[in-house]
Design a binder for this molecule. Sequence first.
Ligand code: FE2
Length: 357
Amino acid sequence: MDLRSGLEQKEPLNRRMKRSLWLLVAAIAAMGLLQQLQASKHNRDDAAKTAETTPRNASAPGPAALTGVPKSYPFTFAAYGDIRFTDPSNHSATDPGRRHAIIAQIAKDKPDFVVINGDIVLDGSVANDWKVMDEETKPLRDAGVTIVPALGNHDVRGGAPALASYFERFPEVKPERWYSLTYGNCLFLILDSDTAHGPGSPQGDWIANQLDHVSPDADFVILAMHHPPYTKSSENFMGMGGHSARPEEQQLAQLLEEKQKTLRAKIIAIAGHVHNYERYEHGGVMYIVSGGGGATPYMIKRGPDDFYREPGPTYHYCTFKVDHGKLSFEMHKLEMPQGEAKWRVEDKFEEKPARGN
Ligand SMILES: [Fe+2]
């Protein structure tokens, strides 16, 4: 899968990675997508940029730090999760018709990129599931929509072979299973919630360090991860499956809310794993659960104060329109009466940086 439009790896670990990067840049140039490549992560100029790759300290260890520059403001990115690409004959673990419809609509929207917050495939150890992903995401490639992936528990099933299939398709996110992306006035921290991320763990320390060094130019910090810090789902609710929030993500939420007390940028955390849609705000941090990309729906026990209170399944994707100092979010719900895709915006909000300029 060729997905690398608009992204550049900032800190390749070794010569091979460096060579791959330059080949990647050449491929992007051929695709006419140079305008999205980075010039400077601090540059807020609206004008389209000429590619200006700047390999940095090639010996520096650490997670990838990707950068991209929007062609213009406002720019849009999409996000959702729990697609579970697999053989289309499987209708029990995921709905092939709905996952096709969602991808077709995102391709039609042409956001700058789409964040997939985990469970990209049904079983990472099954090579064919990744091949199905390759096939079914062709509309995104054709539309020039890059995938920004986060790992989910299904993606890492089987260990090394699963990760090999993942990194084969997303080599720019190496060497770690988590990484950052600076895109215009947004800092994305893409986590691997299947790897330790509490205090003292390499990923946990990286998250804390990233939050301690957010650029003053960043208006929004977007965390994408698979397991949600907040959810009203619970194990097998109504006999239809579900997942409670785990202690490690609850601990992460405490960190986010502590950092938000002094951070100018607004933190928005988007997760999946729970096959439905939820949104909550705690401690100044906005939390979104977006796991309605195709996987078998879970039911959620809604409360009267929830931002989204619809019962039943919620197949959907989310869009974020980002301007200088302003972000507009919409959740696009899919229904397919008589097999025809119908879309409605069922939740939305606007955000500004947490503190004034
Ligand atoms: Fe999951």
